[in-house]
Design a protein around this ligand. Structure first.
Ligand code: ATP
Ligand code: FE
Length: 335
């Protein structure tokens, strides 16, 4: 089975070709236009997708060595995401599926961040059902119970900001460019995680909250700058390490609670923030510390990519979960 997958939910245009659960190509075109605005500008994102989609799909087919006539089906991101961005991918996928007379597969982006663990990759084992997924990304923070490929239950999620936003907004407060998450990670590796203490929010159950932490960081930095205008530049590494340490502690506390409540000890992390070196390390350490079995995705399947859309597409293809061209894109969507 050859699946062409297209992802265009936010600011990256991505296409991949899969042969069953193997990735033959995985192409991502990042949109650099947003950097100067300090965040994603939806109208610009949608226009950039229109420019990128044909060359990105062509590149994915070429790298895979597959002619479009060989494709079995086309998978695309139905949501959640920016409507203008989603529509570019869905319109393209619908037209191509219609022209080639092959099935169309609609994929939930958050479902894909989780099932990315089922891509066949040397040196990576796949989780078995049931397992717990911690999905941490730019727009979401969720703990999901996964009982089968298509039986997913959200056990907890953020009540305000996503963890990716916590990283990006903290970075902004420190004067770092967008998206700041990877930079906080980089500087954190050089700093002392115990240099500054930030209070963890008290949120009941398996839900999360990150907006209070962001405000606490803002006030702390403002106060320190009054005392010493060079505070941030002189202590950047320690500040980043302390922020990251707090965020990781919040995530690990909730994971521990989720394991206690469900009795499930298989943990798979996913989404853009699962690229974070500190989180990857903390999750791996939990194997020995708590006896969990943990799954950390290959780096290229953490931030947005089309290979993860393709693996969900492949599972849907096997069950013939096809869509007609009347399927609609959704900015918000549940599993
Ligand atoms: P969603 O998946 O919720 O729709 P999205 O697709 O925009 O959101 P992703 O691409 O999955 O988000 O993740 C992007 C987020 O991951 C950004 O907030 C970015 O700062 C963060 N991120 C990426 N790498 C790292 C890192 N090494 N450390 C911390 N955060 C990171
Ligand atoms: Fe994402």
């Amino acid at each position: 089975v050859f699946i062409l997958a297209i992802e265009s939910s936010c600011d990256d245009t991505a296409a991949a070709v899969l042969c069953n659960d193997q990735v033959l190509s995985n192409v991502v075109a990042n949109q650099l236009v947003h950097t100067q605005y300090g965040g994603v500008v939806p109208e610009l994102a949608s226009r950039a997708h229109q420019l990128n989609i044909v060359p990105v799909v062509d590149a994915a087919l070429q790298k895979a060595g597959i002619h479009k006539e060989q494709l079995s089906a086309i998978a695309f991101t139905q949501g959640p995401g920016l409507m203008g961005s989603l529509l570019v991918g869905s319109s393209f996928a619908k037209s191509l599926a219609l022209a080639l007379q092959i099935p169309l597969l609609a994929v939930n982006h958050m479902h894909a961040h989780i099932l990315a663990h089922f891509i066949a990759e040397e040196g990576f084992k796949k989780p078995t059902f049931p397992f717990l997924a911690l999905t941490i990304s730019g727009g979401h923070t969720q703990i999901v119970r996964v009982d089968s490929y298509f039986d997913l239950t959200i056990l907890g999620q953020t009540t305000d900001d996503a963890v990716g936003e916590a990283f990006d907004k903290s970075a902004k407060i420190l004067g770092l460019p967008y998206p700041g998450g990877p930079l906080v990670d980089k500087y954190a590796q050089l700093g002392n995680p115990k240099a500054y203490k930030f209070t963890k929010p008290k949120v009941p159950g398996l839900d999360f909250s990150f907006s209070g932490l962001k405000t606490a960081i803002l006030y702390f930095i403002q106060k320190q700058k009054l005392l010493d205008p060079n505070f941030v530049t002189e202590n950047r590494n320690d500040i980043c390490a302390s922020i990251q340490h707090t965020i990781i502690a919040i995530l690990m506390d909730k994971l521990k609670l989720a394991v206690t409540e469900t009795g499930i000890k298989q943990i798979a992390i996913g989404g853009g923030v699962s690229a974070n070196s500190g989180i990857r390390k903390a999750v791996k350490e939990a194997e020995i510390k708590y006896g969990w079995q943990t799954f950390v995705p290959k780096f290229e399947y953490t931030t947005d990519n089309a290979a993860m859309i393709g693996i969900v597409g492949y599972q849907k293809y096997l069950l013939e979960k096809f869509e007609t061209a009347s399927v609609v894109s959704k900015a918000r969507i549940q599993f």
